[in-house]
Write a protein that binds this ligand. Structure first.
Ligand code: NAP
Length: 327
C-alpha cells in the first residue's frame, strides 16, 4: 500500500526519543520546498526487519538507522555501498523500488565535511590520532584513509579492539595504522608528534569528564575534533582551546551525515547551514537555554552564566589502568 500524501522519511532507533534528526531534516525539507516529512520511530531490535518491510510498503523513500540497528541492518540490505561494506554499518537505507534496499553510511563523509568546514582540515598526507575504536571511530578512520591521510594512530581503552581496527585499516585501506592503550601512561608526546588532527571518538566527555589528553600535550598547529555534541563543550575542547588550538564539537558531523542522507534520497543539495541551525536550536531548547550548543564558549543571551560551560564542574578523569606501550 502506498500513501497519496507526502514522501515519507524517518529514523529508526531504540530508544529514539532523544534523536534530533526530525528537527534537522524537516528544516531542510521546508527550505527546499519538498513534499516530504521526516519522522522518528522506536523500533526494538527484534522488529527491525518487519519495520523495514512496513516502511517500504507504506511508500517510504528511505530511513536513517541509529543505535542499535546500524550493524544489524547489514544482512537486511539487497545492496551495500562500498563505504557501508567496509565500515560494517548502515545509517542510510534507500528503498529503490521493486522491493530492493540499498544500505549506505554517511557518517564518515559527514565527519570529513564537518572537519573541513569547522577546522579547515584536509586529510591528504596528514597524520591523525583517533581516540576510540567503536563504530564512530571505524567510520572516521576509513573516511580519513579514503581521503588520503598518511597514517592513523588509534588509542583506546580496550587495546585489542584498537588493534583489530588498525589491522583492518592496513589490510582494507592500505593505510599505516597503529594501536595503543588509553591509560594514565599513554605516551602522548610521541603519539601526537606531527599529528594534524586529534579526534575523540569515545564516549568520554558525554558526562563532563576531564580531557582524556592532558592539556600540556595539545600543541599547535594540531586541530581537535570531538564527536561528542551534547554537552556542547567537553573537557577536551576546553583543554584544546586553552592551548590556542582550533577545536570543534560533533554537531558538524551530525548535520553533515544528515545532509548526505537527504541528498541521497532527494537528489537535491541539502542546506547544511539551515540543518545545523535547526540542530543547535533543538539542542538549546532541550538544554533550557543554559549553554550555547554551537560549542563556542559563549553563554546564550538571557541564560545563567556557568563557570564551566559543559557541566557545572568537570568530573575527574577515570582512573585508567597504566599500560606503557604499543600493542
Ligand atoms: P561505541 O561503538 O560504543 O564505542 C564507544 C567508544 O568509547 C569505544 O572506543 C570505547 O572503548 C570507548 N569508551 C567507552 N567507555 C569508556 C571509558 N569509560 N573510558 C574510555 N573509553 C571509553 O560508540 P560509537 O558509536 O563509536 O560512539 C562514540 C562517540 O562518538 C559517542 O560519544 C557518540 O555520541 C559519538 N558520535 C557522534 C556522532 C556525531 O554525528 N557527532 C556520530 C556517532 C557517534 P572500548 O573499546 O574500550 O569499550
Amino acid at each position: 500500500m502506498r500513501t497519496a500524501g507526502p514522501v515519507l522519511l524517518g529514523v529508526f532507533g531504540f530508544p529514539v526519543a532523544h534523536s534530533l534528526s526530525p528537527e534537522m531534516q524537516n528544516a531542510a525539507i521546508r527550505r527546499l520546498g519538498l513534499r516530504c516529512i521526516y519522522l522518528k520511530f522506536a523500533v526494538p531490535p527484534s522488529m527491525l526487519s518487519r519495520a523495514l518491510d512496513r516502511a517500504e510498503s507504506l511508500g517510504f523513500r528511505g530511513v536513517n538507522l541509529t543505535v542499535p540497528h546500524k550493524e544489524a541492518a547489514l544482512p537486511l540490505m539487497d545492496l551495500l555501498t562500498p563505504a557501508a561494506r567496509r565500515v560494517g554499518a548502515v545509517n542510510t537505507v534507500t528503498f529503490m523500488g521493486a522491493g530492493r534496499r540499498e544500505g549506505h553510511t554517511t557518517d564518515g563523509e559527514g565527519f570529513l565535511r564537518a572537519t573541513r568546514e569547522d577546522l579547515g582540515f584536509t586529510p591528504r598526507g596528514r597524520k591523525v590520532v583517533v581516540l576510540g575504536a567503536g563504530g564512530a571511530a571505524r567510520s572516521v578512520c576509513f573516511a580519513l584513509a579514503d581521503a588520503g591521510a598518511r597514517n592513523i594512530v588509534l588509542v583506546n581503552r580496550t587495546p585489542a579492539r584498537a588493534a583489530r581496527l588498525a589491522r583492518a585499516l592496513v589490510a582494507e585501506a592500505r593505510i599505516p595504522s597503529s594501536a595503543f592503550r588509553l591509560s594514565g601512561r599513554t605516551p602522548w608526546k610521541r603519539l601526537l608528534e606531527g599529528a594534524a588532527l586529534l579526534v575523540n571518538a569515545t564516549v568520554l566527555g558525554l558526562h563532563g569528564e576531564d580531557s582524556p589528553v592532558p592539556a600540556r600535550f595539545l600543541l599547535r598547529p594540531m586541530a581537535v575534533s570531538d564527536l561528542v555534541y551534547n554537552p556542547p563543550v567537553t573537557g577536551l575542547v576546553v583543554a584544546a582551546r586553552s592551548r590556542g588550538l582550533r577545536a570543534a564539537n560533533g554537531t558538524g558531523m551530525l548535520a553533515g551525515q544528515g545532509a548526505l542522507s537527504l541528498e541521497r534520497w532527494t537528489g537535491r543539495r541539502a542546506p547544511l547551514a539551515e540543518m545545523r541551525c535547526a540542530l543547535l536550536a533543538a539542542l538549546a531548547r532541550r538544554d533550557g537555554g543554559q549553554r550555547d550548543p554551537s560549542g563556542t564558549d559563549r553563554t546564550l543571551p538571557g541564560s545563567r552564566p556557568t563557570a564551566y560551560p559543559g557541566r557545572t564542574r568537570p568530573r575527574q578523569a577515570p582512573a585508567w589502568r597504566a599500560y606503557p606501550g604499543r600493542i
